[in-house]
Ligand binder design. Sequence first.
Ligand SMILES: C[S@@+](CC[C@H](N)C(=O)[O-])C[C@H]1O[C@@H](n2cnc3c(N)ncnc32)[C@H](O)[C@@H]1O
Length: 337
Amino acid sequence: MNAETALRNSAVPAGLLQSRAPRDTFAAVADAVCTGLLRKRKRLPPWLLYDDEGSALFEEITRLPTYYLTRTERAILLAHADAMVEAAGLPREVVELGAGSASKTRILLAALSRRQPRLRYVPVDVSPSALSQAAIQLRDLSLVDVRPAVARYPEELGFLRRPAGGRRLVMFLGSNVGNYDPPRAVDLLAAVRRQLAPGDGFLMGVDRRKSPALLLPTYDDNLGVTERFSKNVLTRLNRELGAHFALDRFRHVVTWNARASRIDLYLESASAQRVAVDALGVKVDLAAGERIHTESSYKLTDARVRQLLERGGFVPEASWTDERRLYGVHLARVPLD
Ligand SMILES: C[S@@+](CC[C@H](N)C(=O)[O-])C[C@H]1O[C@@H](n2cnc3c(N)ncnc32)[C@H](O)[C@@H]1O
């Protein structure tokens, strides 16, 4: 291992992150507030949940007994990593969208680096602190060249257009795709697909449809960690935009929409209130009981997953699930012309 690789694998040196300027983040947060909170049906985009504190709280969520997604996806990867990397064609570069701390990804990278010694891993995330955690997680995989990139999908994927120097696998784990309603999920998959070459692979982890009796506690744990995660978005707006949200004037609300097959997370205003956002010179008016939508989590049947992949321009090739069939990991490919 040369000195440069050692440096890359030991931490995330700021210079190696493909960081955008802080003013771009400010503009994106400001835009999210202007387009999302100054309207009748209030909503904030899910990426806003992931500042340093949000990423740390998400890690805490993944360790909760009620949050089966992470440990189930990990079990599937542990059982099938060898088959997955073989089926993906032993890629030379692995790109992971919304990588977070990459705690499960190392299972696949370890399996792949045993067969593909010239392996590059590009974790992509909107949260720099999550990427630092990812680099720390992977420190001991000394043969893997780790190149983290701070970017937001689907808008900022253009940097993937460069040649990968071999076959590429894009991963999208953690049921992140469930944050998108089906038409937007197709748009996102198509945006990824446009950056890839024929024969490249796409591996996506997806939570399956199941009883709300199991789903609701997953997003409303009795330790209140998910509530803190959800409300942290208001703390972020207070810090970054000089907003004046009082967290105790909001309730964490989780609903199951059976028709759309999705969990929705909201922050519900406990009383009528007007909240100033100083940096933008605007005021957000909320009625008592009015909700701000912060995140959806679609729960998809296998048929629905196949449909999304096909509409995004991929050919579904293989799927793996756990014993209880709670969760699925799906491999698809960019068709050869
Ligand atoms: C639910 S967590 C999943 C993390 C990890 N993949 C896992 O399976 O545990 C979602 C991750 O995606 C990132 N993220 C969410 N929306 C994003 C976006 N639009 N662009 C880039 N990263 C995003 C968040 O910062 C967070 O790290």
